[in-house]
Design a protein around this ligand. Structure first.
Ligand code: NAD
Length: 343
């Protein structure tokens, strides 16, 4: 099988997960990378024994590159995705897809116009625990859904923000505890519980010297009538594993990071492929404490989507959803009023 060529734009921390995933996937090969910081691009290319392109334009002109991974600060996702779509490249963009709904829509338009595919990284959707929980919900094992909550109480030091140069700013991060760290949990919550009808949010910057929120709390109503809570912070020491709770009138399933902490369904034994326990590995206090499997699954999904001309599992319309919820929470916090999401 001919390997599909990938290029990486932005050679910082998360680019390593993309390069590792691409090099581990059979149908993929890394053609090269580019960064505005030429030295960073060169060092990255050396590490992965690939080509360092001098400019983003040169990378986008390369005919061997069919899929581009965008791993830059979040505020640059939209302009770069629009540019990559214009160059006819399929796109894998890091979360958040973009930092405003307007920018998400610009990306959607560019992909439609240029007939290219786009996948947004939301690696938790591919984990065993989330897939099993989704199956239980779809097959109505939990009965009528009553509540769906996610708690993301993390620790990021002042130094983490100071040395980044872009994290914690509205322009490049688009938000804080929710738009950056918490979006994973927000995405799986809406993926599992279904569309959100309204949010009532309150966000504050309590301890960090940043423009965006370091602490957020929101109440949600889902379209199916269930209620929910989103809590996110990057200001608590030492941080706790992410906890996601789904309750119905016939059962409860609780995830702690990727582990299933509780699986109880009325009148049923725990299925054999479900192991309950608590989690050890967590990004609660260390953003780099995560495996490469999730990114690998998304690279495999994208290679397959391009080969068989189908939609990637988390396409641009899916990637827009958590951004819509988070920006609605910000708006609600600003206005003091509930925000109804558009259908
Ligand atoms: N999926 C996940 O779990 C996960 C984890 C961490 C970060 N992320 C996301 O990945 C993205 C990058 O985060 P990071 O922590 O790797 O940031 P980083 O600061 O470590 O790296 C960003 C890189 O982009 C480069 N860059 C800046 N402007 C550029 C431009 N115009 N063109 C090309 N390169 C440019 C910088 O020089 C830097 O090397 C963010 O959107 C973040 O939300 C996702």
């Amino acid at each position: 099988m001919k390997k599909v060529g990938f290029g990486i734009i932005g050679c910082g921390m998360i680019a390593n997960w993309h390069a590792d995933a691409i090099t581990k996937v059979d149908g993929a090969r890394l053609v090269g990378a580019a960064d505005v910081n030429i030295e960073a691009g060169k060092a990255f290319a050396e590490k992965y024994e690939t080509r360092a392109f001098e400019t983003i334009e040169k990378l986008l002109q390369n005919k061997d590159i069919k899929i581009v991974c965008i791993c830059t600060p979040s505020g640059l996702h939209a302009p770069l995705a629009v540019k990559a779509a214009g160059a006819g490249k399929h796109i894998v963009v890091e979360k958040p897809m973009a930092i405003t709904l307007k920018e998400c829509d610009e990306i959607i338009k560019a992909c439609e116009k240029n007939n290219v595919k786009l996948a947004v990284i939301s690696q938790l959707r591919f984990s065993h625990s989330v897939r099993e929980l989704k199956k239980a919900i779809v097959s109505q094992k939990l009965g009528r859904l009553v509540s769906g909550d996610v708690y993301m109480k993390y620790f990021r030091s002042e130094e983490y923000y100071e040395k980044s140069g872009w994290k914690g700013s509205w322009k490049m991060d688009g938000g804080g505890a929710l738009m950056n760290q918490g979006i994973h949990g927000v995405d799986i919550l809406q993926y599992l519980m279904g569309p959100v009808k309204l949010v009532f949010g309150h966000v504050r910057t309590l301890t960090r010297n940043i423009e965006v929120e370091d602490t957020a709390a929101a109440v949600l109503e889902f379209e199916n009538g269930a209620l929910g809570v989103i809590q996110g912070t990057t200001s608590v020491y030492p941080g706790s594993p992410r906890r996601l709770e789904v309750n119905g009138d016939k059962g409860t399933i609780v995830l702690e990071e990727d582990s299933i902490a509780q699986w109880e369904i009325k009148g049923e034994q725990i299925p054999e492929n479900i192991e309950t326990g608590s989690t050890r590995i967590s990004t609660a206090s260390n953003p780099a404490a995560m495996g490469v499997e999730g990114h690998m699954m998304q690279i495999i999904d994208m290679v397959d989507a391009v080969a068989y001309n189908r939609k990637p599992m988390v396409d641009q319309y899916e990637g827009r959803k958590p951004v819509e919820i988070i920006t609605a929470i910000y708006e609600s916090s600003r206005t003091g009023k509930p925000v109804y999401l558009k259908e």
